[in-house]
Write a protein that binds this ligand. Structure first.
Ligand SMILES: NC(=O)c1ccc[n+]([C@@H]2O[C@H](COP(=O)([O-])OP(=O)(O)OC[C@H]3O[C@@H](n4cnc5c(N)ncnc54)[C@H](OP(=O)(O)O)[C@@H]3O)[C@@H](O)[C@H]2O)c1
Length: 221
């Protein structure tokens, strides 16, 4: 099995890489830059790429081919102003990181999956996709649009042996969130390991009949 994980060097990435290596798969981890290489496992292959660019997505898809499963973790968080005060940069950045990146990498891996007659696409959305957050319109809208994109792909591939699903975490217990919210009760947050377990299952044969789902994974937040 060849697994492609985007945003693999981020806060959630390590646990997801670890979980898929644990299944015996060959894992390709794509990120803007590998600031560190935490996995010395010979089945782990780090790739550096800007996944907002179609040509880079095509290059990554070729390097990892044949891709059995794409785990699209890449995304970003930003905002903090009401719509009336939101700068264009925030809007464009959120739509780029959370939506365009999905469109470009899905488009790069789908032809290979369609040819193989099998494949799994699982994207990481956010709770805000279905419960928008005041002052974070660009983030909420970009994650809602990601859900629409995944559900559209799911319809398009439903007779092809491919599935496309999205998971919707609430706050994840990452070092960055602990640093940003030192007074919060982190025990209520969902762990990267719990999300990784759900992704492994959604990418497995056992999940063949789950297509087009948006799965909440909130911990107790
Ligand atoms: N953390 C949370 O509480 C939370 C909650 C709900 C949903 N989520 C979602 O969960 C996913 C993972 O979150 P996370 O906390 O692991 O995020 P993260 O730490 O920001 O990881 C995202 C990774 O993607 C990389 N990246 C950014 N732009 C890129 C590009 N153009 N091409 C390739 N890689 C790029 C980032 O690199 P740089 O660091 O160099 O920019 C970073 O390593 C995201 O989709 C996020 O929206 C997170």
């Amino acid at each position: 099995m060849a697994i492609l994980i985007t945003g693999a060097n981020g806060g959630l990435g390590s646990a997801v890489v670890e979980a898929f290596l644990g299944t015996g798969a060959t894992v390709y981890g794509a990120d803007l830059a590998w600031k560190h290489q935490p996995h010395s496992n010979p089945r782990f292959h780090p790739i550096e790429a800007n996944l907002l660019e179609a040509a880079e997505c095509d290059r990554v898809a070729k390097l990892a081919a044949p891709v059995d499963a794409l785990l699209h973790l890449l995304g970003g968080f930003g905002g903090g102003q009401p719509v009336a005060e939101t700068p264009d940069e925030t809007w464009d950045k959120m739509l780029g990181l959370n939506l365009r990146s999905a469109y470009t990498i899905f488009r790069a891996v789908l032809p290979g999956m369609l040819k193989a007659g099998k494949g799994r696409i699982v994207a990481v959305g956010a709770r805000a996709a279905i419960e928008p957050i005041a002052n974070f319109a660009a983030y909420s809208v970009s994650k809602a649009a990601l859900v629409a994109l995944v559900k559209t792909v799911a319809l398009e591939v439903k007779d092809s042996g491919i599935t496309a699903n999205v998971v919707l975490p609430s706050v994840i217990d990452t070092p960055a969130n602990r640093a940003a919210m030192p007074a919060a009760d982190a025990s209520k947050w969902v762990t990267p390991e719990a999300i990784a377990g759900l992704l492994v299952w959604l990418a497995s044969d056992a999940a063949r009949d789950v297509n087009g789902s948006a799965v909440p994974i909130y911990g107790r937040a």
